[in-house]
Design a protein around this ligand. Structure first.
Ligand code: GLN
Length: 277
């Protein structure tokens, strides 16, 4: 079978999946299996694929056509220009979440040797990126999911990073105080879970479900963070596009100062942060 024929097949198979560019995805799948550059594939329409590779490519297209996100099919996701391992044990790193990273990098400049804790590490992409970007920081990250922590450890090895990952139900096993606490907690309202794309439902529900009003984790983390932040320390969150007002109120209630909001590239509220007064 030629590459052009595989692309045709992929278009046929993936036409019923939401939010997909089947040609683009076929090229990503083919280049993954052939260990080839995507540009090379684009220039090789007539290349014949051998039977072994063809079988693998067809299996991956089949898996994708069942609604499995491409990142899980290919076991990779990109975050801040780095490649991370991913599978369905952890939430797929989102491009939008880079805003949480930008703000954390910026606030870190206020500290000589910032001690940073991430609550809810997921794949580990945020904490590992912070570790690689910030020479003078010490990064720790916890998660309630041992499955997710296994993915963190795979990524830690891939990037040769030095994050202290540990198991904890929110602050349950946290024993010290930090300069900066960050989190991209589950924040989707329970009633909205039925509206999100089917593909997103292939991701761990406990990384998405924020309770009745989507705010369960902001309430709990903000309240508890007071005991685990040094004076003058910062709390930084990713938030859902319509949650800024509510999370502002929660942070205000616990007397955080200088509360500010960052917008994402779609001009939606995406990050909120404040200083322990
Ligand atoms: N931004 C994610 C989504 O809407 C939600 C992630 C989260 O709950 N932290 O798919």
């Amino acid at each position: 079978m030629k590459i052009s024929e595989i692309i045709k097949l992929s278009n046929e198979k993936l036409k019923n999946i939401e939010y997909v560019d089947p040609t683009r995805e076929a090229i990503e799948i083919i280049s993954h299996v052939l260990l080839a550059d995507e540009n090379e594939i684009l220039l090789s329409n007539d290349l014949e694929i051998n039977d072994n590779d063809l079988e693998e490519i067809k299996d991956l297209i089949e898996l994708r056509s069942s609604g499995e996100p491409l990142q899980y099919v290919l076991n990779r996701a990109y975050f801040y220009n780095r490649k991370f391992y991913i599978d369905n044990r952890a939430l797929i790193p989102r491009y939008d979440t880079e805003h949480l990273l930008y703000r954390t990098l910026e606030i870190s400049k206020d500290f000589k040797n910032p001690d940073i804790l991430e609550v809810g590490a997921g794949s580990g992409a945020i904490s590992i990126t912070l570790n690689l970007e910030l020479e003078n920081a010490r990064i720790e990250a916890c998660d309630i999911s041992n499955d997710a922590l296994e993915v963190c450890n795979i990524n830690q090895e891939l990037h040769n990073s030095d994050v202290n990952f540990f198991y904890s139900d929110l602050f349950g096993n946290v024993v010290k105080k930090y300069d900066i606490i960050i989190s991209n907690p589950p924040y989707i309202k329970k009633s909205d879970l039925s509206l999100i794309p089917k593909e997103t439902l292939k991701e761990p529900l406990n990384a998405l479900d924020g309770g009745e009003d989507g705010l369960d984790f902001y309430k709990e983390i903000t309240k508890e963070s007071i005991d685990y932040l040094k004076d003058g320390g910062y709390l930084i969150y990713e938030i859902g596009f319509d949650e800024a007002y509510d999370v502002y109120e929660i942070m205000n209630k616990y007397e955080f100062k200088n509360i500010n909001i960052d917008k994402d590239f779609q001009n939606l509220d995406r990050v909120i942060y404040g200083k322990k007064g």
